[in-house]
Every structure is written in structure tokens, then in C-alpha cells.
Design a protein around this ligand. Structure first.
Ligand code: DGL
Length: 296
């Protein structure tokens, strides 16, 4: 039987946004193989009900399990907030989300005891960020703000744009009036707007990117469970055809090797996904395979 430590990690999101989390995992855990699934047919999750998000997430995890993943990262704040608690006890592999790691670091970093959380409508309505931050430190006051316009603005490519800056000003104004010194970017797309937030908030507010903390938590978890890839058997990855060629060709650049380690699957619009993915990841994504996710 193949050693489980060489199995891939499943990472999923409602679409492209979770690539900000995958990017962090690639950076912090360079030996790991990743199977990424973006639910591009059913995005956005941020305005959907708990029941729907649980159903979608369950199907995706079933799909990832057909790829023999050793762990799953729910790289979507909305799915982490609404579905993770339900899914965890159903699975025999570790599953982590992005909310708890992000909330923990926010609770630790605030000095004023006032933390802002910006996220999708469903994530804010779930109040999970508030619950976890208050559990960590009951003296912290949490101010949540749903910012539904940010996701379409990012997907339109309006990252450094005056319209986005104005929208951000409006969303952030009430939070700034509360005196927050820490802001959780509680949606996968928001770290891409970091510079815009920084421009509005100045240097006095710490921006928390849950993706970063999630990758750290994943690293700890894999080591604790004894299933971290030690990088010693490059040829034993999840795609023997590709990785064997990869291992045997010492002339390959780091970028070429990276491309071989990661597989991308989507439920629709593969070409659009590839284009967007190539703007988020430090290498070009040459293939994203279509999956009929309702079958899982
Ligand atoms: N990935 C979602 C999140 O982090 C944002 C996009 C959506 O609404 O599906 O909450």
C-alpha cells in the first residue's frame, strides 16, 4: 500500500478565491501535492443557505476522496463557517477550515480588544468568527461587516481601481468608527485587496489573512499525525505518470516541478478558471479538468 504521507491534500473552494489559500499551502508546504477543486458552476456560496452549502461541500469532499487525499482543507470561509462542523465527524481523514485559524490569530493580535471581520453575508450571519474570537478572548469585541461587492469586483479584475477603493471606504467606515485595531479578511478574495484596505486603514490596523494561518495549522496537523510529505519520494506522488517524468528530469525548473505537483478541477468554465488561476499562482495553470460534481 502506498505510504499515506505521499498522498495529496484536497483543497476546495466555491471557485477561484481558494487559490489564495492553495498558494499559501504551496509556499509553506512545498513538498505536498495538492488536488484543488473550484465549484465554478455553483459560485457564489456567500449568499446561500447552510443546507445548500453543506450539500455542496459534502459532494466535493466525496469527489476529493476518490483522489485518495490524506486531508482536506476547506479553503472557503463560507463553507468553513457553515459546513465544516457537520462534515468533520463524517470523515475519517483530517479536515480543517480557514475560519478557526484566522479567528485565533485575530484574538491574539488585538491590543484594543476591538476586532473587525469582513466576509460574505452567510459567513457574517453564521457568527462563527465572533464565536471563536470570543472563545479565545472573552474581552474582545467583534464587529462583523458583510461586503458582498468585493467578490465580483475582484473577479472583474478591479483590484487597484478607484471604484473598488470607494466601495471599500463605504464598507470599512463603520468598522473604523468602532476603533478596531485588527481586521480579519474573512473571505478568500479579500487578501487580493490588501493594498486597498491598507490605503484606507493606514498602518495602525493589523490585517489578518486566514490563509496564512491555515497553512501553518495544516503543517502542524500533518506533522502531528505523522503524514507530512518528507519530499524524499518525488516519484510517489498522486500522478505517477507526470511525477515520474518530473523526478527523472533534473533539468526541470522549480516552476515546472511545481506545476506537476498540483492538479486543478472545476465544475464549469475551465478556461476562465485557468486564466484567473494564473494571475493568483506564481506559475501558469495549463489544465483544469471538468467534474460533474452533482454525481458525487
Ligand atoms: N470563497 C467564498 C468565501 O471565502 C467567497 C466567494 C463566494 O461567495 O462563494 O467566503
Amino acid at each position: 500500500m502506498e505510504d499515506i504521507k505521499y498522498a495529496p491534500i484536497g483543497v476546495f473552494d466555491s471557485g477561484v478565491g481558494g487559490l489564495t489559500v492553495a498558494r499559501e499551502i504551496m509556499h509553506q508546504l512545498p513538498d505536498e501535492y495538492i488536488i484543488y477543486f473550484g465549484d465554478t458552476a455553483r459560485v457564489p456560496y456567500g449568499s446561500k443557505s447552510r443546507e445548500t452549502i453543506i450539500r455542496f461541500s459534502r459532494q466535493i469532499v466525496h469527489f476529493l476522496q476518490t483522489k485518495s487525499v490524506k486531508a482536506v482543507v476547506v479553503a472557503c470561509n463560507t463553507a468553513s463557517a457553515l459546513a465544516l462542523e457537520t462534515l468533520q465527524p463524517e470523515l475519517d481523514i483530517p479536515v480543517i477550515g480557514v475560519v478557526v485559524p484566522g479567528a485565533r490569530v485575530a484574538a491574539e493580535s488585538t491590543k484594543t480588544g476591538k476586532v473587525g471581520v469582513i466576509a460574505t453575508e452567510s459567513t457574517i450571519a453564521s457568527e462563527l468568527y465572533t464565536r471563536v474570537i470570543e472563545e479565545q478572548n472573552p474581552r474582545v469585541q467583534v464587529y462583523g461587516k458583510a461586503c458582498p461587492l468585493f467578490v465580483p469586483l475582484v473577479e472583474e479584475g478591479w483590484i487597484n481601481d478607484l471604484v473598488t477603493l470607494e466601495v471599500a471606504r463605504r464598507y470599512l467606515k463603520p468598522l473604523m468608527e468602532t476603533g478596531i485595531d485588527t481586521l480579519v479578511m474573512g473571505c478568500t478574495h479579500y487578501p487580493l485587496l490588501r493594498e486597498t484596505f491598507r490605503q484606507i486603514l493606514g498602518d495602525g490596523v493589523t490585517l489578518v489573512n486566514p490563509a496564512y494561518e491555515t497553512a501553518r495549522e495544516l503543517k502542524d496537523l500533518l506533522e502531528r499525525e505523522g503524514i507530512a510529505n518528507d519530499g524524499k519520494r518525488v516519484e510517489a506522488g498522486h500522478d505517477p505518470d507526470k511525477t515520474e517524468a518530473n523526478a527523472m528530469d533534473p533539468g526541470k525548473t522549480d516552476e515546472e516541478k511545481a506545476v506537476k505537483k498540483y492538479s486543478f478541477y472545476v465544475s464549469d468554465a475551465a478556461n476562465k478558471f485557468k486564466e484567473f488561476a494564473s494571475t493568483i499562482l506564481p506559475f501558469g495553470v495549463d489544465a483544469a479538468q471538468l467534474v460533474h460534481i452533482e454525481d458525487y
